[in-house]
Ligand binder design. Structure first.
Ligand SMILES: [Zn+2]
Length: 382
């Protein structure tokens, strides 16, 4: 039953992990070996005691229960009651992010029920509240327009034998989930009902969404202060018929041409209409697409490319930034699903980010006793 697993060097730097008592950290590492290839394991104090602390006479079963509580309170494992036998189970939330599994064995354990809203939110947190189909943000609090709200998409459809196990489910907008139907990812085009949502959400959330910077730290816990701003952003989004208006107002950089009264009192000349009528992305886009590390949503990417270059982004600089982005994900062996869609990368202007560095600078860090919210946001979240 036990399996060989990986402990990444980042584990020891993770601030959430570092704040737990040492025995709780040891327990957490032990769960990697105890879990099946979906990251599921039995989660009773007696079982954990017998499996991980069999020689520790000084550690009682209630002591082990306390250690288990630390691990679940930190959000590293999610406890649930599984199957008709109502077994006490847990899932290691970010298991597949950290374990590369060759020829995964099918889980014989019951997954957490997707009927449970808390379970759906756990997966949304795992996926950084980002729609895994269109790359746009998902509001943490439900909004009026249901197509923007959270749903759980089955990668391999249930009709084709896909299960509710963690590796087969992902967070998606309800609209995107419905729009995908039985299609493959590459054929998926976000539905019209979501028009403008992605740009507006990603622009307004830029800086607060932890997925902004590439690399391990993408996986950090979501910013708790995001709720309020998301709510109001979405309200203003719903009020605005045209999503792109919201995004250019938020950016204040006159994307898609300057609108009158949009704070352009300096007399910046608007581009002549003739220069912006062509929607042909051109050969530079073909090169961009051929190098982009995730091949999903090409037509959306082409639109975003046209938009970015019309707004003044230099194609050569875009390609140079893309190289750093692609090199990084190749070196980091990032799984496809955690690489943003090209349209997201362009819309969020991630090409303006500091180029990611590899390997990570690994200076010695002392774990703080109490983390600020900012530090929690940066923690790696195993
Ligand atoms: Zn979506």
């Amino acid at each position: 039953m036990a399996r060989i697993r990986t402990v990444k060097p980042e584990f020891w730097e993770d601030e959430v992990v570092g704040l737990m008592p040492r025995d709780a950290r040891l327990l957490f590492v032990a769960t990697f070996n105890m879990a099946d290839d979906e990251g599921l394991l039995r989660w009773t104090p007696a079982y954990i005691k017998a499996s991980a602390f069999m020689y520790d006479d000084d550690l009682s079963v209630p002591d082990v229960a306390k250690l288990m509580q630390y691990v679940t309170d930190a959000g590293l494992l999610y406890p649930y009651i599984g199957g008709v036998a109502r077994q006490q189970m847990a899932v290691i939330v970010n298991f597949r992010k950290h374990q590369k599994i060759n020829r995964p064995q099918k889980s014989k354990l019951p997954p957490p029920s997707l009927q449970n809203g808390e379970v759906r939110r756990m997966y949304a947190r795992r996926d950084n509240w980002t729609c895994q189909l269109c790359g746009g943000g998902i509001p943490e609090q439900p909004v009026q327009n249901d197509s923007h709200n959270l749903s759980i998409d089955h990668i391999n459809h249930q009709s084709a034998g896909g299960t509710d196990h963690p590796s087969n489910v992902r967070a998606a907008h309800q609209g995107c989930n419905k729009g995908r139907k039985d299609r493959e990812d590459d054929e998926f085009v976000p539905p019209r009902s979501l028009g403008g949502l992605n740009d507006s959400l990603s622009n307004s959330l830029n800086g607060s969404v932890s997925a902004h910077a590439p690399g391990m730290r993408d996986d950090s816990e979501v910013n708790p202060s995001r709720n309020a701003s998301t709510q109001s952003d979405i309200r203003s989004l719903n009020d605005s018929v045209n999503g792109s208006l919201t995004s250019s107002l938020a950016e204040g950089k006159g994307r898609e041409g300057n609108r009158e009264g949009n704070g352009t009192g300096k007399g910046t000349p608007s581009p002549p209409p003739a220069a912006s009528t062509s929607d042909d992305p051109g050969p530079a886009f073909d090169e961009f697409w051929s190098r982009y590390p995730r091949k999903a949503g090409k037509s959306e990417a082409a639109k975003s490319w046209v938009k970015a270059t019309k707004a003044g982004a230099d194609p050569d600089l875009l390609l140079a930034a893309l190289k750093a982005h692609a090199d990084y994900h190749q070196a980091a062996k990032t799984e496809q699903q955690y690489i943003p869609h090209a349209s997201t990368w362009l819309n969020q202007k991630r090409y303006e980010d500091e180029p990611p560095s590899l390997p990570r600078s690994a200076g010695p860090q002392t774990a703080p006793r109490h983390m600020t919210e900012e530090e929690k946001k940066r923690a790696l979240q195993f």
